[in-house]
Ligand binder design. Structure first.
Ligand SMILES: Cc1ncc(COP(=O)(O)O)c(C=O)c1O
Length: 380
């Protein structure tokens, strides 16, 4: 059997909307499906402005521009994240400051964040790993004391919430990814979420979004021509991709439920291993409603994790590790970090394995993955 790590779940409606988009004639941003997808997300998320972007990466880069991050500013984030979280900060000449994660949730540890605050700290970026919320109330309280902005990296987070609030809508800005590996996809794509009542920030974001011009206002008929106002870039998602995205958004609930069922199947199957302390399974705190983006497990040692990866591969099951910590990567070392600066992050990353999890993973396929893991664990 061959079981890929990921498969995009398609309804068939994607082709219909793509064809319709082509017939309508606006393929670039701002067309019918851009408006439809943005409206869909704004209705779903309540009281926040949504700007569809070319990727989750560009949403993060835009967020840092919106906050006018400057050289010398510091931004606290986990080292256990994707490179884009840190690149967005470095592109503004500012400094990423890596903090530890909680070994149960693998999310930013608020106590370590508090320890790393300096007079230069401008932003905290919580990353909601695997679609499970960070401890937002504590992080927001720390940030509020020092007038620090919170930007949520909710690349994994669509459909998930914290105490009933959608991820990405809790800090002042939030970023989604619609990359082909995420729950809801457009190939490449993302969204910037601008929260609460921040009319000035929203006005500025619209300008940055449209290459530094007031084209958004022009398209709404609020000005009679558009011109250059400040620094910006090309962050706008093409309407073609928004058409694909719209078909996916319509199925958010169905996709989340299908993932949930498969997530619980894994959890049930490996519960005995957790009880025998052979595997550590994902922890879902009471405050977090997950979207079941990833199913990961922690093996007792790196050697055992590598052995499991190898055994699964031999049996045709694509499993994967996650993330190579940023602080110990070559770029992290150039920023002045050493491998042992964040020992929890290092340890978790060495022992983590992710299993295939997607709506089109059939019962037979999932049973095969489970059997393959159990066969490997039986030898430990
Ligand atoms: C935590 C995190 N942030 C940001 C991104 C970047 O998103 P994109 O691939 O859409 O640029 C990713 C992508 O996997 C991610 O995992």
């Amino acid at each position: 059997m061959k079981i890929p790590f990921n498969r995009v779940s398609l309804s068939g409606q994607e082709m219909i909307y793509l064809e319709d988009c082509i017939k309508r004639g606006t393929l670039s941003g701002g067309g019918f499906y851009t408006r439809a997808s943005q409206q869909w997300l704004e209705n779903y998320l309540h009281s926040c402005r949504v700007l569809l972007t070319t990727s989750g990466t560009s949403a993060l880069e835009m967020a840092m521009l919106c906050l006018d991050l400057q050289p010398g500013d510091e931004v606290i984030m986990p080292s256990f994240t994707f490179v884009s979280t840190a690149n967005a900060v470095l592109l503004r000449g500012a400094q990423p400051v890596f903090a530890e994660i909680d070994p149960q949730t693998l999310n930013l540890d608020p106590e370590d964040v508090a320890r790393k605050i300096t007079p230069h700290t401008r932003v905290i970026i919580p990353v909601h790993y695997a679609g499970v919320a960070c401890e937002m109330d504590t992080l927001l309280a720390i940030a509020a004391q020092q007038n620090i902005a919170v930007v949520e990296d909710a690349a994994h987070g669509i459909g998930a919430s914290y105490k009933g609030r959608a991820l990405g809508t809790i800090g002042s800005l939030g970023c989604y990814s619609f990359h082909a590996t995420k729950n809801i996809v457009s190939g490449e794509g993302g969204a910037l979420l601008l929260n609460h009542n921040q009319p000035q920030l929203i006005e500025r974001a619209e300008i940055i979004y449209e290459k530094g011009t007031d084209r958004s206002q022009f398209l709404r008929g609020e000005v009679d021509r558009y011109t250059w106002h400040e620094i910006g870039s090309s962050f706008v998602m093409a309407d073609l991709l928004a058409a694909f995205l719209y078909a996916q958004l319509e199925r958010l609930e169905e996709i989340t439920q299908a993932r949930q069922q498969r997530f619980f199947n894994y959890q049930q199957a490996f519960l005995a291993c957790q009880q025998r302390e052979i595997l550590q399974l994902p922890c879902l705190p009471a405050y977090a409603q997950s979207n079941y983006h990833l199913f990961f497990m922690l093996c007792p040692t790196q050697e055992m994790r590598d052995q499991m990866l190898q055994n699964l591969r031999k049996r045709g099951v694509e499993a994967s590790f996650h993330f190579i910590p940023l602080h110990s990567a070559p770029m992290g070392r150039r920023l002045g970090y050493n491998n042992d600066d964040l020992s929890i992050t290092e340890d978790i990353s060495r022992r983590l394995i992710r299993l295939p999890l997607y709506p089109d993973l059939s019962e037979t396929e999932q049973s095969y993955v489970i059997e393959s893991v159990q066969a490997c664990v039986a030898g430990w």
